[in-house]
Design a protein around this ligand. Sequence first.
Ligand code: ADP
Ligand code: MG
Length: 252
Amino acid sequence: MTTTVTTGQAVAARAVDVWKVYGSGEAQVIALHGVNVELERGHFTAIMGPSGSGKSTLMHTLAGLDSVTRGEVFVGDTKLTGMSDGDLTNLRRTKVGFIFQQFNLLPTLTAEENILLPLSIAGRKPDKAWYDTVIATVGLKDRLGHRPSQLSGGQQQRVACARALVSRPEVIFADEPTGNLDSRSGAEVLSFLRNSVRDFGQTIVMVTHDPNAASYADRVIFLADGQIVDELWEPTADAVLDKLKGLDKAGE
Ligand SMILES: Nc1ncnc2c1ncn2[C@@H]1O[C@H](COP(=O)(O)OP(=O)(O)O)[C@@H](O)[C@H]1O
Ligand SMILES: [Mg+2]
């Protein structure tokens, strides 16, 4: 059940010839078309591509939220493909963190209760020093007793970031984490994600439409029609924009 990656750097998540087919017959959609990708530990990777290119599907299969039709996915050395639902749930609780566009906080819980919820569900206690570090980094110390409705969008997303980080997951998956934020709050969240990669060695994979958001990543992977068609390392917003324009032309 475990496979060790021997080439290159340690890999936090990996897709090997992954296909995802929805529906059948006339209604069939091939969302992923033989995707191979290795996401290195301690890196910040952005996934970009036109609407419908398979970004969310790739992220959901890598995170064990969705099964693959063919191929294999790994988180760390653990092969997700073929795992039981119970084992998958357990893996998501212990090895994966999520940040969503809509924050997905529980409205009746305080910020602190939201942050600690995944650990409580898993029956784990937070490491006190690490918890304090996370709270200080996201700047939420004086907001811990507030409920989501008493917080701005940017603050709510920082709660979601803290919730993802506090269990020190193998990898954090973020689907359009700044899609609902104004540019200033978005920049705060992106800096925070960037810093958690630099200072804590966190691995982050983020889907985004925004070339500026992608420029915070170490690497950008471009999807089109369910395939990886290009990538950029050390991206600038301009370089990302140029690649995206090329993708749009190719699709015309
Ligand atoms: N549950 C589903 N059932 C049927 N088709 C789906 C489903 N989820 C996604 N798709 C299709 O798969 C393709 C890729 O979707 P998605 O991964 O959401 O793209 P993106 O996130 O890049 O916009 C699209 O054609 C979409 O319509
Ligand atoms: Mg999507």
